[in-house]
Design a protein around this ligand. Structure first.
Ligand code: 8Y4
Length: 265
């Protein structure tokens, strides 16, 4: 899953300019590099980011949703807003990636009333304050219980199990220790049978672990991606698609395939 953010370019004048043509080129590049789907987001969920009204978020993402669908891309819309989900589902997106796990009023019903897939992510607190003092007595057990509850709510709302993905939400109200505990605990989450999506690419735990600035975190991101695959993750949300696809290919060969091995293949 390649990350495509369409938030205003701080270097351009006018303040609120979003370069849709450049974003489309970025998506085409990720698809050519082997991305299976594009995660399109119009609002930053980073700590301290200013909230974006739904109409502005839609102005950013909807033109791109249409362009991406035109070129045959599988499109995931990264949003917490029911209005944005509704408009993007109507436009034909394949998936909703909600870091709020469909807890916003109306979100669950909108997604349940469609046929799109959804990623239910765990977050402790709210984006603005979640990194202040994250606390758990057992982070794996608590994240697992939350995700089980959101899966149950989605099933009760009428969604088929095959439409659901879960995500422990690395960095969303978690210390580095919590993130590492969750990474080690992925097999426990995977045992519940719902496919796991992870987002670890360039995240700030890599600042702690490697001391690197955000644009220097590729090697660390690949190491975390492989660790996640070993733990049972099925979709890797990443910025550096070509490099991540190479890493996945190498890991896939290493892992082998029981059927192929049985056949001597
Ligand atoms: C540098 C680059 C530093 C990016 C931090 C970041 C996830 C997600 C995000 C995730 C799912 C991010 C929308 C945070 N993370 N969705 N979204 N899972 N499902 N930070 O882990 O990439 S945004």
């Amino acid at each position: 899953m390649g990350v495509l953010n369409v938030t205003p370019d701080s270097f351009s004048d006018g303040g609120q300019f979003v370069d849709h043509a450049a974003a489309l080129r970025g998506a085409e590049r990720m698809l050519a590099a082997g991305a299976s789907l594009i995660d399109l987001g119009g609002e930053s969920t980073r700590p301290g980011a200013t909230p974006v009204p739904a109409d502005e978020e839609l102005r950013r993402v909807l033109p791109l949703v249409r362009e991406l669908l035109k070129i045959g891309a599988i499109v995931s819309i990264d949003t917490r807003k029911p209005e944005v989900m509704r408009a993007c589902i109507d436009a034909g997106v394949h998936m909703v990636n909600d870091v709020g796990a469909l807890r916003a009023p109306g979100a669950l019903d909108i997604v349940a009333g469609s046929d799109v897939a959804v990623c239910l992510m765990h977050m402790q607190g709210e984006p603005l304050t979640m990194q202040r003092e994250p606390r758990y007595s057992d982070v794996v057990a608590e994240v697992r219980a939350f995700l089980q509850q959101r899966v149950a709510a989605s099933r009760t709302a009428g969604m088929a199990g095959a439409r659901l993905l879960i995500d422990p939400g690395f960095g969303f109200g978690k210390t580095v220790t919590h993130n590492l505990d969750l990474l080690r605990g992925l097999p426990t989450l995977a045992a519940d049978g719902v496919p796991i999506l992870v987002g670890l690419s360039r995240k700030s735990m890599l600042a702690t672990l490697t001391g690197r600035a955000v644009e220097q975190r590729l090697a660390g991101s690949l190491a975390l991606a492989i660790a996640a695959l070993e733990g049972g993750a099925r979709i890797i949300r990443c910025h550096d698609v070509a490099e991540t696809v190479d890493a996945i290919r190498v890991w896939t060969a290493f892992r082998g395939d029981a059927t192929a091995n049985d056949r001597g293949g």
